[in-house]
Write a protein that binds this ligand. Structure first.
Ligand code: ADE
Length: 226
């Protein structure tokens, strides 16, 4: 998958892609991430990318020209499955969306700033608007990093067997069951006997039961949606 990210803060964004699973995905050639600095596309001398809002009101708005030029250039080079705008008023990211987007070949992500972008950018180019939750961040960059992490780890071949996404929380609309590693007893706290029993069908049943109880207690809404 190729991901093109349009941002005014490429430097803020680089390091999460240089560590852990995202780094490995890039090294394996399964993901390619390209940053595009919006300021390189401004045609005004000041290199400004924002302006006052028509009609008045607090907060600056990202102007249409540099974004349109940047997106148009990228679109002329390849076909995008989705051109995504990170914004708190988008659809809320969930595991199902991450699963389906992880199958795409090319996506573009536009990170908003200030009050957001001129509506004409959205009308002309954006195919999907995504929020990472019901709170407002200072810009779309951190949201884009979260979104990229969620999808890159799902690209086939990125995770090894040990880190498989199949048993993650949310993968079946269930939260994860409790997990343990050695030692089997620590400060008097013992690992449940069933996990040490070697009886794998029973272990699987126990895990399913715990995942269900955990979900019922913490996120009953996930069971209702199912
Ligand atoms: N930009 C500002 N807040 C955001 C959010 N919650 N999700 C995605 N992008 C954002």
């Amino acid at each position: 998958m190729r991901i093109d990210i349009i941002t005014v803060l490429p430097e803020l964004m680089r390091s999460p892609f240089e560590a852990s699973i995202m780094k490995r995905a890039i090294q394996k050639g399964l993901a390619e991430v390209h940053f595009h600095n919006l300021r390189d596309y401004t045609t005004n001398k000041q290199k400004s990318v924002d302006d006052y809002q028509f009609g008045g009101g607090a907060g600056m708005v990202m102007t249409v020209q540099p974004i349109d030029d940047c997106i148009s250039k990228l679109k002329s080079e390849r076909t995008y499955d989705e051109i995504i705008y990170m914004t708190p008023d988008g659809e809320t990211l969930n595991q199902k969306m991450a699963n389906s987007i992880s199958m795409y070949e090319n996506i573009m992500i536009l990170c908003g700033h200030y009050k957001g972008v001129d509506q004409r950018v959205r009308d002309m180019h954006i195919t999907r608007e995504i929020s990472i939750g019901d709170y407002v961040l200072s810009g779309g960059e951190i949201g884009a990093i979260v979104f990229c992490d969620a999808i890159i780890r799902l690209i086939p071949g990125v995770l090894s067997d040990e880190t498989s996404a199949l048993t993650d929380s949310f993968q079946d609309n269930l939260l994860s069951h409790p997990i343990y590693t050695r030692p089997s007893e620590y400060k008097g706290l013992r690992v449940p006997d069933i996990l040490l029993s070697g009886n794998f069908p029973e272990i699987e049943k126990w895990r399913e039961q715990k995942a269900y109880e955990h979900t019922k207690e913490r996120r009953p809404d996930l069971l209702e949606n199912d």
